[in-house]
Design a protein around this ligand. Structure first.
Ligand SMILES: O=C(O)CCC(=O)C(=O)O
Length: 239
């Protein structure tokens, strides 16, 4: 999916002076621009069930050092098709319902949800560079469940000048985010690697309950989406 599903957007590196313009979201949040962040969205039992599934599916797959266009590095990914575990199935069902409800009535509404979720496994040094998702392929939302590690999901207005505001969503294990509307199409999104995460997380003050908010270890995300208006299923039928 990732190969065909992105639209790059040139972004400058964040400079020290820009950091003062950063907004760090660390509580449950709803932004009018189109971002919902819900901490503790799944139970520990549900998270463990998803991780067990993920480990079974990803086991043996090599980590890719870099995507062909360097958009994502230190990663491996696969589709999550049939989900037989009831806890995992319930978690994914709630993700879809939450994202769908949040975007009800959106003008870009596609006709269907993608039947498969996507699993992305990032090494600590792995990250996802700024990009926007493919406008035709995908519908109104991308909803991601953050697992195993804290992580920073960064948004920047597309084509922003140097002093443009940066929005960092500080994700904990079991946090759900849903991006839609302007946050999806007028901002780029990216996932910071461990080094960049450490730079950002202290802005969040007390961190989170485990006291380890600044550590970006191996991170797994579960992503669900709806289809673009054409209901296009992608060349491999998965995405
Ligand atoms: O892993 C994530 O949470 C982000 C994935 C992503 O950037 C995407 O699917 O477009």
């Amino acid at each position: 999916m990732l190969a065909s599903a992105i639209k790059r957007c040139a972004q400058p590196l964040l400079t020290a002076s820009q950091r003062s313009l950063q907004t760090s979201l660390r509580s449950n949040t709803r932004l009018d621009q189109g971002l919902e962040v819900i901490h503790d969205f799944v139970s520990t039992e549900e998270a463990n069930a998803l991780l067990e599934l993920a480990d079974g599916l990803l086991n043996g797959l090599p980590y890719e050092s870099s995507h062909y266009d360097n958009y994502i590095r230190g990663y491996r990914e696969c589709g999550l098709t049939a989900i037989h575990d009831s806890h995992a199935a319930e978690a994914v069902r709630r993700m879809r319902v939450t994202a769908w409800d949040l975007t009800e009535g959106a003008w870009r509404r596609g006709h269907r949800l993608y039947p498969h979720a996507q699993l992305i496994d990032l090494l600590p040094e792995g990250g996802i560079a700024p990009h926007r998702d493919n406008f035709k392929l995908f519908g109104e939302f991308t909803a991601g469940l953050n697992l195993t590690s804290s992580a920073v999901l960064r948004f920047r207005p597309c084509g922003a000048e140097d002093d443009a505001e940066v929005i960092d969503a500080l994700l904990r294990p079991r946090t759900l985010y849903v991006m839609h509307a302007a946050m999806r199409w007028e901002y780029t999104h990216e996932v910071l690697d461990a080094e960049a995460t450490q730079d950002v997380w202290p802005l969040a003050g007390e961190g989170h309950s485990s006291g380890r908010g600044d550590i970006r270890g191996r991170r797994i995300s579960v992503i669900v989406r709806d289809m673009g208006q054409s209901g296009f299923l992608g060349s491999d039928g998965l995405w």
